[in-house]
Design a protein around this ligand. Sequence first.
Ligand SMILES: [Zn+2]
Length: 223
Amino acid sequence: MKDTDLVVSGAELEPLIDDHALTHPRPTVDRNALQDHLREALKLLHVDLEDENVRDTPRRWADSLIAMTSGYDYTDVRKLTTLFRKACSTADENCQNLVVIGGTYKTLCAHHILPFFGRFIIGYIPEKMIIGASKIPRIVEVHMRRLQSQEHLAHGVADTIEKILEPRGLAVWMGGVHMCMVMRGVEQESSFMETNVLRGDFLQDEKTRQEFMSIVNRRGQKD
Ligand SMILES: [Zn+2]
Protein backbone atom coordinates (compact mmCIF):
# COMPACT_ATOMS: atom_id res chain seq x y z
CA MET A 1 0.00 0.00 0.00
CA LYS A 2 1.22 3.48 -0.84
CA ASP A 3 1.71 6.04 1.86
CA THR A 4 -0.82 8.79 1.85
CA ASP A 5 0.07 12.40 2.35
CA LEU A 6 -2.19 14.22 4.69
CA VAL A 7 -2.33 17.97 4.85
CA VAL A 8 -3.71 19.23 8.12
CA SER A 9 -5.32 22.59 7.60
CA GLY A 10 -6.92 25.24 9.84
CA ALA A 11 -10.19 23.69 10.94
CA GLU A 12 -8.71 20.21 11.28
CA LEU A 13 -5.73 21.47 13.20
CA GLU A 14 -7.64 23.26 15.92
CA PRO A 15 -9.04 20.18 17.65
CA LEU A 16 -5.55 18.65 17.46
CA ILE A 17 -4.01 21.51 19.35
CA ASP A 18 -5.89 21.71 22.57
CA ASP A 19 -3.99 24.74 23.72
CA HIS A 20 -5.86 27.87 24.63
CA ALA A 21 -3.00 30.21 23.74
CA LEU A 22 -2.72 28.67 20.29
CA THR A 23 -6.38 28.58 19.37
CA HIS A 24 -7.45 31.84 21.01
CA PRO A 25 -5.46 34.75 19.66
CA ARG A 26 -4.56 37.51 22.06
CA PRO A 27 -6.34 40.80 21.33
CA THR A 28 -4.39 43.37 19.34
CA VAL A 29 -1.64 44.82 21.49
CA ASP A 30 -1.93 48.56 22.14
CA ARG A 31 1.53 49.48 20.92
CA ASN A 32 1.31 53.15 21.97
CA ALA A 33 0.14 52.39 25.51
CA LEU A 34 2.89 49.80 25.88
CA GLN A 35 5.47 52.29 24.62
CA ASP A 36 4.24 54.89 27.13
CA HIS A 37 4.48 52.45 30.02
CA LEU A 38 7.96 51.38 29.04
CA ARG A 39 9.03 55.02 28.84
CA GLU A 40 7.69 55.46 32.40
CA ALA A 41 9.65 52.40 33.51
CA LEU A 42 12.86 53.90 32.12
CA LYS A 43 12.07 57.17 33.92
CA LEU A 44 11.65 55.30 37.21
CA LEU A 45 15.09 53.82 36.61
CA HIS A 46 16.43 57.37 36.12
CA VAL A 47 17.61 56.58 32.61
CA ASP A 48 18.29 59.76 30.62
CA LEU A 49 15.59 59.75 27.97
CA GLU A 50 17.24 62.66 26.18
CA ASP A 51 20.27 60.52 25.40
CA GLU A 52 20.19 59.95 21.65
CA ASN A 53 20.74 56.23 22.17
CA VAL A 54 17.71 56.01 24.43
CA ARG A 55 15.32 58.48 22.81
CA ASP A 56 13.74 55.85 20.61
CA THR A 57 14.17 52.95 23.02
CA PRO A 58 10.59 52.78 24.36
CA ARG A 59 9.33 52.20 20.80
CA ARG A 60 12.02 49.63 20.01
CA TRP A 61 11.51 47.91 23.35
CA ALA A 62 7.75 47.73 22.78
CA ASP A 63 8.20 46.35 19.26
CA SER A 64 10.65 43.70 20.35
CA LEU A 65 8.44 42.63 23.25
CA ILE A 66 5.49 42.28 20.89
CA ALA A 67 7.58 40.22 18.45
CA MET A 68 9.06 38.03 21.18
CA THR A 69 5.61 37.21 22.55
CA SER A 70 3.99 36.62 19.16
CA GLY A 71 3.52 32.96 20.07
CA TYR A 72 0.35 34.21 21.78
CA ASP A 73 -1.02 35.34 18.42
CA TYR A 74 -3.26 33.18 16.37
CA THR A 75 -1.47 34.31 13.22
CA ASP A 76 1.64 32.39 14.17
CA VAL A 77 -0.36 29.20 14.32
CA ARG A 78 -1.21 29.74 10.68
CA LYS A 79 2.35 28.72 10.02
CA LEU A 80 1.47 25.35 11.44
CA THR A 81 -1.60 24.88 9.31
CA THR A 82 0.34 23.57 6.33
CA LEU A 83 1.86 20.84 8.45
CA PHE A 84 2.40 17.73 6.45
CA ARG A 85 1.71 14.52 8.16
CA LYS A 86 2.56 11.43 6.26
CA ALA A 87 0.70 8.30 7.11
CA CYS A 88 2.81 5.23 7.54
CA SER A 89 1.87 1.68 8.40
CA THR A 90 3.47 -0.54 11.00
CA ALA A 91 4.36 -2.93 8.19
CA ASP A 92 6.68 -0.24 6.87
CA GLU A 93 10.10 -0.48 8.47
CA ASN A 94 10.60 3.27 8.37
CA CYS A 95 7.63 3.62 10.63
CA GLN A 96 9.43 1.74 13.41
CA ASN A 97 12.55 3.86 13.43
CA LEU A 98 13.52 6.49 15.90
CA VAL A 99 13.30 9.89 14.20
CA VAL A 100 15.60 12.53 15.70
CA ILE A 101 15.49 16.24 14.94
CA GLY A 102 17.69 18.85 16.56
CA GLY A 103 17.90 22.60 16.50
CA THR A 104 18.23 25.75 18.53
CA TYR A 105 15.74 27.81 20.47
CA LYS A 106 15.64 31.17 22.17
CA THR A 107 12.91 32.47 24.41
CA LEU A 108 12.19 34.66 27.44
CA CYS A 109 11.85 33.45 31.01
CA ALA A 110 8.51 34.24 32.56
CA HIS A 111 10.06 35.27 35.86
CA HIS A 112 12.47 37.97 34.70
CA ILE A 113 11.67 38.55 31.00
CA LEU A 114 15.30 37.76 30.24
CA PRO A 115 16.40 35.42 27.46
CA PHE A 116 17.26 31.80 27.79
CA PHE A 117 18.44 29.89 24.77
CA GLY A 118 20.10 26.70 23.71
CA ARG A 119 19.53 23.48 21.83
CA PHE A 120 16.73 21.01 21.55
CA ILE A 121 16.79 17.40 20.47
CA ILE A 122 13.48 15.76 19.78
CA GLY A 123 13.06 12.07 19.12
CA TYR A 124 9.92 10.15 18.32
CA ILE A 125 8.95 6.66 17.25
CA PRO A 126 6.09 6.89 14.78
CA GLU A 127 2.91 4.96 15.24
CA LYS A 128 0.78 6.15 12.33
CA MET A 129 2.23 9.44 11.25
CA ILE A 130 5.53 11.02 10.43
CA ILE A 131 6.18 14.71 9.84
CA GLY A 132 8.58 16.70 7.67
CA ALA A 133 11.83 17.38 9.55
CA SER A 134 11.46 21.16 9.12
CA LYS A 135 8.06 21.20 10.81
CA ILE A 136 9.31 20.22 14.25
CA PRO A 137 11.49 23.36 14.56
CA ARG A 138 8.42 25.30 13.43
CA ILE A 139 6.42 23.91 16.34
CA VAL A 140 9.26 24.89 18.69
CA GLU A 141 9.28 28.37 17.13
CA VAL A 142 5.63 29.07 17.94
CA HIS A 143 6.09 27.87 21.52
CA MET A 144 9.31 29.80 22.09
CA ARG A 145 7.69 33.18 21.39
CA ARG A 146 6.01 33.23 24.78
CA LEU A 147 7.06 33.84 28.36
CA GLN A 148 7.84 30.60 30.14
CA SER A 149 10.20 28.28 31.91
CA GLN A 150 12.37 25.75 30.08
CA GLU A 151 10.26 23.02 31.66
CA HIS A 152 7.09 24.57 30.32
CA LEU A 153 8.57 25.04 26.85
CA ALA A 154 9.66 21.41 26.63
CA HIS A 155 6.29 20.12 27.81
CA GLY A 156 4.39 22.49 25.51
CA VAL A 157 6.36 21.32 22.48
CA ALA A 158 5.89 17.69 23.53
CA ASP A 159 2.11 18.18 23.95
CA THR A 160 1.74 19.68 20.46
CA ILE A 161 3.81 16.95 18.78
CA GLU A 162 1.94 14.26 20.68
CA LYS A 163 -1.40 15.63 19.53
CA ILE A 164 -0.36 15.93 15.90
CA LEU A 165 1.53 12.64 15.52
CA GLU A 166 0.32 10.36 18.30
CA PRO A 167 3.73 8.65 18.29
CA ARG A 168 4.56 5.42 20.12
CA GLY A 169 7.23 7.27 21.99
CA LEU A 170 8.34 10.88 22.32
CA ALA A 171 11.38 12.49 23.89
CA VAL A 172 12.15 16.19 24.13
CA TRP A 173 15.51 17.27 25.48
CA MET A 174 16.39 20.93 25.95
CA GLY A 175 19.59 22.44 27.23
CA GLY A 176 19.87 26.15 27.69
CA VAL A 177 21.72 29.06 29.24
CA HIS A 178 19.55 31.35 31.34
CA MET A 179 20.52 35.00 31.30
CA CYS A 180 18.59 35.65 34.50
CA MET A 181 21.16 33.44 36.20
CA VAL A 182 24.17 34.72 34.26
CA MET A 183 23.37 38.42 34.68
CA ARG A 184 22.05 38.49 38.22
CA GLY A 185 25.15 37.15 39.86
CA VAL A 186 24.19 33.57 40.60
CA GLU A 187 26.99 31.06 39.97
CA GLN A 188 27.55 30.91 36.23
CA GLU A 189 28.08 27.14 36.13
CA SER A 190 24.48 26.66 37.15
CA SER A 191 23.16 28.80 34.29
CA PHE A 192 23.10 25.78 31.95
CA MET A 193 19.97 23.79 32.56
CA GLU A 194 18.73 20.58 31.04
CA THR A 195 15.16 19.42 30.70
CA ASN A 196 14.07 15.99 29.57
CA VAL A 197 10.51 15.02 28.74
CA LEU A 198 10.03 11.30 28.08
CA ARG A 199 6.79 9.69 27.03
CA GLY A 200 5.54 6.32 25.78
CA ASP A 201 8.28 3.94 24.66
CA PHE A 202 10.99 6.28 25.94
CA LEU A 203 9.56 5.97 29.41
CA GLN A 204 8.82 2.26 29.34
CA ASP A 205 11.73 0.86 27.35
CA GLU A 206 15.22 1.22 28.77
CA LYS A 207 16.93 0.48 25.44
CA THR A 208 14.95 3.13 23.55
CA ARG A 209 15.69 5.65 26.26
CA GLN A 210 19.40 4.82 26.18
CA GLU A 211 19.48 5.21 22.40
CA PHE A 212 18.01 8.69 22.69
CA MET A 213 20.21 9.73 25.59
CA SER A 214 23.36 8.66 23.74
CA ILE A 215 22.31 10.94 20.87
CA VAL A 216 21.78 13.74 23.38
CA ASN A 217 25.21 13.10 24.89
CA ARG A 218 26.84 13.25 21.49
CA ARG A 219 24.98 16.20 20.04
CA GLY A 220 23.27 18.14 22.72
CA GLN A 221 25.68 18.87 25.50
CA LYS A 222 27.26 22.22 25.84
CA ASP A 223 30.66 22.45 24.18
ZN1 LIG B 1 14.35 33.98 35.01
